[in-house]
Design a binder for this molecule. Structure first.
Ligand code: MG
Length: 158
């Protein structure tokens, strides 16, 4: 077994789309980034990279590469999960925490879990997804940014 952890944060701005776990949430603000700035997928990618020992999201998908401009991060997550599988690492389970004052995650939780399970090749039951506010404290608490942290467990496939 191998464990990995990941963290990501992106700034919120008016006029950007808000994409979390590949699901677009209807909101008047979104995350700023070279890609779709999907913090959930980015944290999971880094967790997978850490567990598999294959660098990090910045080395795999440089944010100055035009190829990744506005790219769907769920597709990048699928790419990394496929890479792990080829290296004989199967995903056992993942657990994600979204740090956000707003919006509420609950209405979109199942859609996001299903998306993540689909690209990771695991049962939705093996995808943990929680959200917490930061009690209005700091840049996450006052709506300047959203962040996510993730833990993954990989199992060596014989
Ligand atoms: Mg990121």
């Amino acid at each position: 077994m191998r464990v990995g952890s990941g963290f990501d944060l992106h700034r919120l701005a008016v006029g950007r789309r808000l994409v979390l776990g590949g699901v677009e949430l209807p909101w008047d603000m979104g995350l700023v980034g070279h890609s779709d700035a999907d913090v959930i997928c980015h944290a999971l990618i880094d967790a997978l990279c850490g567990a598999a020992g294959i660098g990090d999201i910045g080395t795999l998908f440089p944010d100055d590469d035009p190829k990744y401009k506005d790219v769907r991060s769920l597709d990048l997550l699928r790419e990394v999960a496929d890479h792990c599988r080829r290296a004989k690492w199967a995903v056992e389970n993942v657990d994600v925490t979204l740090l956000a004052q707003v919006p509420r995650l609950a209405p979109y939780r199942e859609a996001i879990r299903n998306n993540l399970a689909g690209v990771l090749g695991i049962d939705p039951g093996a995808v943990g997804l929680k959200a917490t506010t930061t009690d209005h404290v700091g840049p996450l608490g006052n709506g300047e940014a959203l962040a996510a942290q993730a833990v993954v467990l990989l199992r060596e496939v014989p």
